[in-house]
Design a protein around this ligand. Structure first.
Ligand code: CP
Length: 361
């Protein structure tokens, strides 16, 4: 049984298969109307959502299936202190597949470790959002016809923007991709993504605060919202919230075939006047998200072939100090770290991927 927790759980070939299925659904929707008859999707949303939750629900209905679930933690027994692990075991008795959004990094992984049905990560804290990446990939593929040889600008909150981390991981597996990381100093891409994704794949990138200066070079411009809910200090959010506002004026220097993406919701980082520009693809991206989620539900319920187990050393004698990690709140969840660099003794929490370096011997 397969789940989707991190976009890297799927190989580029498996992602291409999902894209092919999504394109076939777009071309022949009638062929798919009964494919999930008698199946139930459970949407467990412990955090607010419009697109992800409703597109999962629309996806399941369009496949002929049914949906159960909740849209806020307060209306579930999480409010009484029930653990993610127990919730996953319980929901496995009622549904065939789970889509889970949770404010804690690593919560959907804990659900997958305890469920007897596939689990889809619908966003975990500031960590990952793999099904948004599926929407991004289908949109890029339909607009550009390829993933290789693209200059991709990522603009805004690159620190807390989980969609950015998942998209970089996915695109770094294609040749000729180059990233332009556009953010204020305080919201730069975390160094672990630079070192362990970009550097490992030898992906060239530049960092800048100046969107207009780099605009002419971009094939894709991925705008992001400054993530107010992840800021420990609200005054810092107030200072940074208007860092980037994309306007028709700023787009004058852009390529004619630029593809402008945004995972949405937007606040003010893309002026509404840009929506009329044929290069604005963010509402197509919303629709593509539904088709990719249909393809994903189908493939996971069909029983995708197991992925090969990684040959990694897991250690349990380190403590995760990320305050947003699920290990901080989940009863009796064992600490678990995987070694990601044996020479430099770097370990990462398996749930949230935060780093620990072993000192001494
Ligand atoms: N893009 C996205 O995840 O939107 P929602 O928060 O509305 O689901």
């Amino acid at each position: 049984m397969r789940s989707l927790i991190n976009i890297l759980d799927f190989s580029p070939e498996e992602l291409q298969q999902l894209i092919d299925v999504a394109n076939d659904i777009i071309a022949h929707p009638g062929d798919y109307r009964e494919r999930c008859r008698g199946k139930k999707l459970a949407t467990l949303f412990f955090e607010p959502s419009t697109r992800t939750r409703l597109s999962f629900e629309a996806a399941m209905y369009e496949l002929g299936g049914n949906v159960i679930g909740f849209s806020e933690a307060q209306s579930s027994s999480a409010a009484k202190g029930e653990s993610v692990a127990d919730t996953a075991k319980v929901i496995s008795c009622y549904a065939d597949i789970i889509a889970m959004r949770h404010p804690r990094d690593g919560a959907p992984l804990v659900a997958a470790m305890n469920a007897s049905i596939p689990v889809i990560n619908a966003g975990d804290g500031g960590h990952n959002h793999p099904t948004q990446t599926l929407a991004d990939l289908l949109t890029i593929y339909r607009e550009k016809g390829r993933f290789d040889r693209l200059t991709v600008g990522l603009c805004g909150d690159l620190k807390y923007g989980r969609t950015v981390h998942s998209l970089i991981s996915a695109l770094s597996r294609y040749p000729g991709v180059r990233f332009v990381l556009i953010s204020p100093e305080e919201l730069k891409l975390p160094s672990y993504v630079k070192k362990e994704v970009l550097a490992v794949h030898g992906i060239p990138y530049e960092q800048t605060e100046d969107l207009e200066a780099v605009m002419p070079a971009l094939d894709i411009l991925y705008m992001t919202r400054i993530q107010r809910e992840r800021f420990p200090d609200p005054t810092e959010y107030e200072r940074l919230k208007d860092s980037y506002i994309l306007t028709p004026e700023k787009l004058k220097a852009a390529k004619e075939d630029l593809c402008i993406l945004h995972p949405l919701p937007r606040v003010n980082e893309i002026s509404v006047a840009v929506d009329k520009d044929p290069r604005a693809c963010y509402f197509k991206q919303v629709l593509n998200g539904k088709y990719m989620r249909m393809a994903l539900i189908l493939r996971l319920l069909e029983g995708m072939e197991e992925a090969p187990a990684p040959e990694e050393e897991i250690v349990a004698d380190l403590i995760c100090d990320n305050p947003r990690c699920i290990v901080q709140t989940e009863q009796e969840l064992p600490q678990a770290f995987r070694c990601t660099n044996r020479e430099r003794k770097i370990f990462r929490c398996v749930y949230c991927e935060s780093k620990r370096i072993l000192k001494g011997e």
